[in-house]
Design a protein around this ligand. Structure first.
Ligand SMILES: Nc1ncnc2c1ncn2[C@@H]1O[C@H](COP(=O)(O)OP(=O)(O)O)[C@@H](O)[C@H]1O
Ligand SMILES: [Mg+2]
Length: 304
């Protein structure tokens, strides 16, 4: 079913540099959430903190009733098995073919037989559309295929939670569209909890159930997709519309008066009638019950 992750009052610093502070949010079990934010706001640091690779200074991360920030290394090792992570570059071993890359976590963390491993690896490669590419080296395939291979590897231990660090970076718009559909389909099929860090506004609008935005060392907002997409918060509007006008500057923050003037000049509205439609699972994929609730909620917002 996927598990819920409850983050409360989380703060992460490196030395004197505070990356973000007092971050609180709940990733609902089985849902897809997206975390947006300008470069360098600590999105990757957030993912690494969730899997326990980095220790926060304050706050808690509760998964299945346990605060994982307080666990010792041995227990953390067990908790990490709940996670599948797709790192930014796919993080494949360059000298291993795709089959061995994808089989790696099974050989490392389980005592499964090679025939059982073969069944699982081929099943996951099929899910991400990589059948036939077993013998290819990462250097011989496209960026999009490398992402999908990284995803297959993230799936082999049947994770309850999957974290994606900029899965769309370096891909052309068509490959991004295919990857987004794959993410939506996988979520409907395996029903794990998904968190996707991305810069891609089009993806953020169509794919998730929930959206969060990190800015100026804070989590500005986190909530249901339609709530963020219709928000009046200037920074949320600027980011979701990919505009220069707003609080986010080229290199630094702008002053409040300038921001107000810019926003008055563009005079945009947040019109629920024009909410970007959500990407649905492909035909033939059984939709989990929450899809009905999502459709109803979005109808309600559109009518409001
Ligand atoms: N291990 C580390 N030690 C010190 N500083 C780090 C470390 N990892 C990340 N940072 C710093 O944290 C900030 C946020 O980085 P990152 O999470 O990669 O941003 P994003 O993914 O949002 O682009 C950056 O200023 C980066 O230099
Ligand atoms: Mg990053």
């Amino acid at each position: 079913m996927g598990v819920e992750i409850c983050v409360e009052g989380l703060t992460k610093s490196f030395g004197h540099q505070v990356i973000w502070q007092d971050v609180s949010l709940t990733l609902p079990a089985g849902e897809v959430s997206v975390m947006l934010g300008p470069s360098g706001t600590g999105k990757s640091v957030f993912l690494k903190t969730l899997v326990g690779l980095l220790k926060p200074e304050r706050g808690s991360i509760t998964i299945q009733g346990r605060d994982i920030t307080k666990l010792r290394e041995h227990d953390l090792y067990e908790v990490r098995k709940l996670f599948g992570v797709l790192f930014q570059d796919g993080a494949l071993f360059g000298s291993m073919n795709l089959y061995d890359n994808i089989a790696f976590p099974l050989r490392e963390h389980t005592r499964k037989s090679e025939s059982e491993i073969r069944r699982i690896v081929l099943e996951k490669m099929d899910m991400v559309g990589l059948i036939g590419a077993e013998g290819k080296l990462p250097g011989e395939i496209s960026g999009g295929m490398r992402k999908r291979a990284g995803l297959a590897r993230a799936l082999v231990l049947d994770p309850e939670i999957i974290l994606f660090d900029e899965p769309d970076s370096g891909l052309d718009p068509v490959r991004v569209a295919y990857l987004n559909q794959l993410i939506v389909d996988l979520n409907a099929q395996i029903d794990a909890t998904f968190l996707i860090v991305t810069h891609d506004i089009a993806s953020a609008r169509q794919v998730p159930d929930n959206i969060g935005l990190l800015f100026r060392r804070e989590l500005v907002m986190f909530g249901p997709r339609d709530q963020l997409l219709t928000s009046d918060e200037p920074v949320v509007r600027q980011f979701l519309n990919g505009r220069m006008q707003g609080p986010i500057g080229m290199a630094e923050e702008k002053d409040a008066a300038q921001v107000e003037q810019e926003l008055a000049e563009i005079g945009d509205t947040t019109d629920p009638q024009h909410l970007t439609p959500r990407l649905l699972p492909s035909p033939g994929i059984t939709r989990p019950p929450r899809w009905q609730a999502i459709a109803e909620r979005e109808d309600e917002v559109a009518r409001a």
